[in-house]
Design a protein around this ligand. Structure first.
Ligand code: SF4
Ligand code: SF4
Ligand code: SF4
Ligand code: FES
Length: 352
């Protein structure tokens, strides 16, 4: 792989050819602001918050779509760059509710973070503002399009990460909107409620419904865990407030799934508080389920299985396992079937 050398903010950087200026800067710890760029998605160079100055170029350039070149001299934080970024932020605030005081996303919102970084408090631009109704048509994802900055990350995440293609840009000019086909509420669209769009959204436009009104983002403890629903082994963070789980968020360092999950992993966690959840084994006695200890339950199952094997022979028993179990569970199932029950009658739902 060809290596090239360039200078960023006075530091010499060596990167492989084809690396963008934004990523080259990242490699030496210089964080260039970004809204529409995400390393897991294709780049569109639309928002211009990532502009930088490059010696010999007349205009500021978008660093997320500009390839580093040998000998390039890049400056990421000059007065012209700062002025341009402030202008981008002011334009965004011209049609954005100044709602940070009560917005659940504060603390995890790139718009608020960059406004803070560049001291942008309000917009000098006056004019029409949108007043979209809140889409809380489902219990999982709450959409507030008034807080959308049209970065398009949700559109590309749904298309490129999930492969669902449920989101697109609709309308033109001031009315441009990142939305579902036909601009219908999520619940009427083809959405599978995987929540991946929420994980990529840099503002409070897309939020996990369960977390609204619980606490500020920085007050929610993160507990890294593995999804209990299937054997794929997706990793996520349980968000906990006052000892109670209030939601799930994902992050790019999850090896198996990155920020993607399915609806069960992201929104199905509330079963842990379901009153109907079984907390102890039940044994049927005289037609009624009666609570039992684990020892009683396991003894009963072992005795009955041994009776069947001894009376009707090992082949009277068969085990069907599942691709949704872990490898270890599947291993144990076949081991038990062969070594304890004495039969090779073991099969798996993924075989056919
Ligand atoms: S989305 Fe961000 S900038 Fe907008 S109100 Fe919420 S915290 Fe503030
Ligand atoms: S929840 Fe999943 S399927 Fe629905 S719009 Fe978002 S990314 Fe697409
Ligand atoms: S909803 Fe969020 S991710 Fe989608 S375009 Fe708007 S701000 Fe970007
Ligand atoms: S992050 Fe580079 S143009 Fe949007």
């Amino acid at each position: 792989m060809d290596l090239i050398k360039l200078t960023i903010d006075g530091r010499e950087v060596e990167v492989s050819s084809g690396t963008t200026v934004l990523n080259a800067a990242e490699q030496v710890g210089i964080h260039i602001p970004r809204f529409c760029y995400d390393k897991e998605l294709s780049s569109c160079g639309a928002c211009r918050i990532c502009v930088v100055e490059i010696e010999g170029m007349r205009n500021l350039v978008a660093s997320c779509v500009t390839e580093a070149a040998p000998g390039m001299v890049v400056k990421t934080e000059t007065p012209a760059v700062v002025e341009a970024r402030k202008a981008v932020l002011e334009l965004l605030l011209a049609d954005h509710p100044h709602d940070c005081m009560t917005c659940d996303k504060l603390g995890d919102c790139r718009l608020a973070d960059y406004c803070y970084r560049y001291g942008v408090k309000s917009s000098p631009f006056e004019g029409a503002r949108h007043n979209y109704p809140l889409d809380d048509s489902n219990p999982f994802i709450v959409r507030d399009m008034n807080k959308c900055i049209l970065c398009g990350l949700c559109v590309r995440a749904c298309n490129e990460v999930v492969g669902k293609d449920n989101l697109h840009f609709a309308y033109r000019g001031f009315d441009r909107k990142a939305t579902t086909c036909g601009d219908v509420p999520y619940v009427e669209s083809d959405c599978t409620f995987c929540g991946t769009c929420v994980a990529f959204c840099p503002t409070g436009a897309l939020m996990e419904g369960s977390m609204l009104g619980t606490a500020r983002r920085w007050e929610l403890e993160k507990v890294r865990t593995t999804c209990p629903f299937c054997g794929t082994g997706c990793t996520f963070d349980l968000r906990v407030h006052d000892g109670r789980v209030v939601g799930v968020t994902t992050s790019e360092d999850a090896v198996v799934n990155g920020r993607a999950l399915c609806i069960k992993g992201r929104f199905g966690w509330d079963f842990i508080y379901n009153e109907k959840r079984l907390t102890t084994p039940l044994i049927k006695k005289n037609g009624e389920f009666v609570p039992a200890t684990w020892d009683e339950a396991l003894d009963l199952v072992a005795t009955r299985l041994a009776e069947i094997r001894d009376k009707y022979g090992p082949d009277a028993f068969a085990a069907l396992s599942s691709a949704r179990c872990t490898n270890e569970e599947n291993y144990l199932m076949q081991k038990f079937t062969r070594a304890v029950m004495g039969t090779n009658n073991v099969d798996h739902c993924a075989r056919t």
